[in-house]
Design a protein around this ligand. Structure first.
Ligand SMILES: NC(=O)C1=CN([C@@H]2O[C@H](COP(=O)(O)OP(=O)(O)OC[C@H]3O[C@@H](n4cnc5c(N)ncnc54)[C@H](O)[C@@H]3O)[C@@H](O)[C@H]2O)C=CC1
Ligand SMILES: O=C(O)CCC(=O)C(=O)O
Length: 421
């Protein structure tokens, strides 16, 4: 393997590349190696095997994970992913990113993340219910409203959160809405959580265009992924007067340089964010990423913009709604080319921010209006964007490193005060 190939291989390993940036961020902030030693790995990783009775009477055993990166600041928090490609390294990296997101937005949490290796698109409603409940039973010892609070992520939704909350409440023998966020409103969910990730991305786009001197009105936007994050984002961009010219799902995308009919697409997508099979003329995800546009938003999975295609990205602004869509090699290429890259741990932090609001409302038993939630979210996101933009300028670093520096500071301070380092 050549040096370049090895570099790219390392860049594609989310866990390894996260550790690389953490090390740089801590060094910039003047921390010793001991702090890196503490923060480079999750404190806890639980692997579980979940037997599920399938509809045909057979038993299938699924593997799941829950990773808790660091709880110096407070209980850990983060979503649960149901996806065939879930793996230990990815879950660990995702839990570290949750710590950083909570640090950036100044939430009283550390980061956690969970996942189950499965393909929910091939499972029935009742099989999914049994799997969700089985997962909660398997991880119940290490989670809870004051320990670790799960939430939705790829291919999980408010129905799955409802089953998980119900199972946890049964185990504990009292109603525990604060165990999980992203619940249906009638079960203690928050106004605005469903759209929170996309709202947060929208606010970042509004800030980023100001920095780049681009008018949002009429700007051409391309979005990869049409699930929770991507589909609402398309709607918000359309409502803001931008021209959404291409969107995609796992199978491919649709493109119209004059702007797509977003309401139609929203109406036709299924609960897994798929719609493209309804169309005859489609483009590949690879083609979508390289389209002529002003703003590109990867809102699906990781490692989409790599050393291979970074030079072909035409957008002036890339805003990462997905976790880990751009490798470190690609980050360098885009930055050198003058593309403003708003990193995932900032851009997608709207979800966990409103999850925090949901948890606060559950704890106090008093609920806020959609306007109150939107106003509070806006303040958190604008402040976070500015903080990171200023850090990038002050230290002459890219937005990703600036976001890591901002996100890790509170955790490092808390660990020091606790006497861990
Ligand atoms: N839902 C949330 O609150 C948050 C989500 N995120 C991140 O945003 C991204 C999307 O999450 P959600 O919208 O919640 O998921 P989702 O499950 O609602 O939608 C996923 C979308 O990605 C597409 N997709 C899946 N595999 C793909 C592939 N190989 N290539 C292209 N497209 C593919 C699906 O077809 C679907 O349109 C993920 O990276 C997730 O971690 C980040 C923060 C919060
Ligand atoms: O809402 C949450 O608590 C976590 C959302 C999440 O998993 C993420 O930001 O990646």
């Amino acid at each position: 393997m050549t040096k370049e190939q090895q570099k790219e291989q390392e860049s594609l390993n989310l866990f390894y590349s996260t550790q690389t940036v953490i090390q740089k961020a801590l060094a910039k902030l003047g921390y010793q190696n001991e702090m890196f030693d503490l923060l480079k790995e999750p404190l806890r990783l639980l692997t579980v095997r979940i037997p599920v009775r399938m509809d045909d009477g057979s038993v299938k055993v699924f593997t799941g994970y829950r990773s808790q990166h660091n709880d110096a600041v407070g209980p850990t928090k983060g979503g649960v992913r149901f996806h065939p490609e879930v793996n230990e390294e990815e879950v660990k990296a995702l839990s570290i990113w949750m710590s950083l997101k909570c640090g950036i937005t100044n939430l009283p949490y550390g980061g956690g993340k969970g996942g189950i290796i499965c393909d929910p698109r091939k499972m029935s409603f009742r099989e999914l219910e049994r799997l969700s409940r089985g997962y909660v039973r398997a991880i119940s010892q290490i989670v809870g409203p004051t320990k670790d609070i799960p939430a939705p992520d790829v291919y999980t939704n408010s129905q799955i959160m409802a089953w998980m909350m119900d199972e946890y409440s049964r185990l504990r023998e009292f109603d525990s809405p604060g165990f999980i966020t992203g619940k249906p409103i009638v079960l203690g969910g928050s106004q605005g959580r469903e759209t929170a990730t996309a709202r947060g991305v929208t606010i970042c786009i509004e800030e980023a265009v100001k920095k780049k001197g681009i008018e949002l009105q009429g700007a051409r936007v391309v979005i990869q992924g049409f699930g929770n994050a991507g589909s609402y984002l398309a709607k918000f961009m359309h409502d803001a007067g931008a021209k959404v010219i291409a969107v995609s799902d796992v199978y491919g995308g649709v493109h119209d340089p004059n702007g797509l009919d977003i309401d139609y697409l929203l109406d036709r997508r299924d609960s897994f964010g798929t719609f493209s099979q309804l169309f005859k003329e489609t483009i590949t995800n690879k083609e979508l990423l390289e389209l002529e546009c002003d703003i590109l938003v990867p809102a699906a999975i990781s490692n989409q913009i790599t050393a291979e295609n970074a030079a072909n990205i035409k957008a002036a602004i890339v805003v990462e709604a997905a976790n880990g869509p751009t490798t470190l090699e690609a980050t360098n290429i885009l930055t050198e080319r003058g593309v403003l890259l708003v990193p995932d741990i900032l851009a997608s932090a709207g979800g966990v921010t409103v999850s925090y609001f949901e948890w606060v409302q559950n704890n106090q038993g008093y609920y806020w209006t959609e306007e109150e939630v939107a106003e509070k979210l806006k303040k958190v996101m604008v402040d976070s964007f500015e903080k990171i933009y200023r850090t990038a300028q002050e230290y002459q670093v890219d937005m990703r490193l600036a976001a890591y520096m901002t996100g890790i500071r509170k955790m490092a301070e808390a660990a020091q005060f606790r006497g861990w380092v």
